[in-house]
Design a protein around this ligand. Structure first.
Ligand SMILES: C=C(O[C@@H]1C=C(C(=O)O)C=C[C@H]1O)C(=O)O
Length: 138
């Protein structure tokens, strides 16, 4: 395992594989060190968020009702409960808000992709990308 915390060259992203050396706080002596470690983590986080959204988009296409209209609060609560032990320093309520934002970002991406593909959004009240048929914008 390497200890290279530089970003974005620290973590390496192969097509379907992500390898990252997790920085150890005891190795970080300066603000620049710590910020470089944060930048490396954020690069990985972005790649994970991108892939999570794509995978969640598959679920939206497979469920009888996808998108915001098909939200499943029980499933979302179970996701947060399963994650919480892996993030013990984060307050569970705060983690829930983070995951709510992550889930909504994925649903938004799925609905925009759907709208771009010419499909009607299942819930226009929630859809962030209702196309203006007159092309007037706004
Ligand atoms: C992906 C699903 O659809 C929605 C999105 C979820 C997610 O991004 O993890 C979880 C539950 C649903 O609100 C699902 O039902 O599993």
């Amino acid at each position: 395992m390497t200890t290279d915390h530089r970003a974005p060259s620290g973590p390496t992203a192969a097509r379907d594989e992500l390898t990252v050396a997790l920085p150890r706080t005891e190795d970080l002596a300066t603000v620049d060190d710590a910020r470089a470690a944060i930048d490396g983590i954020d690069t990985v986080l972005a790649a994970l968020l991108e892939r999570r959204a794509a995978v969640a988009g598959v679920v939206q296409r497979l469920k009888p009702v996808g998108g915001f209209a098909g939200r499943d609060p029980d499933r979302e609560r179970r996701i947060v409960a399963a994650m919480s032990p892996h993030a013990p320093s984060l307050d569970p309520g705060h983690l829930a808000r983070i995951m709510n934002a992550v889930i909504e970002a994925g649903l938004d991406a799925a609905e925009r992709e759907r709208a771009g593909a010419g499909e009607l959004c299942p819930s226009h009240s929630e859809c962030k990308n209702v196309q203006d048929p007159a092309g007037a914008g706004g």
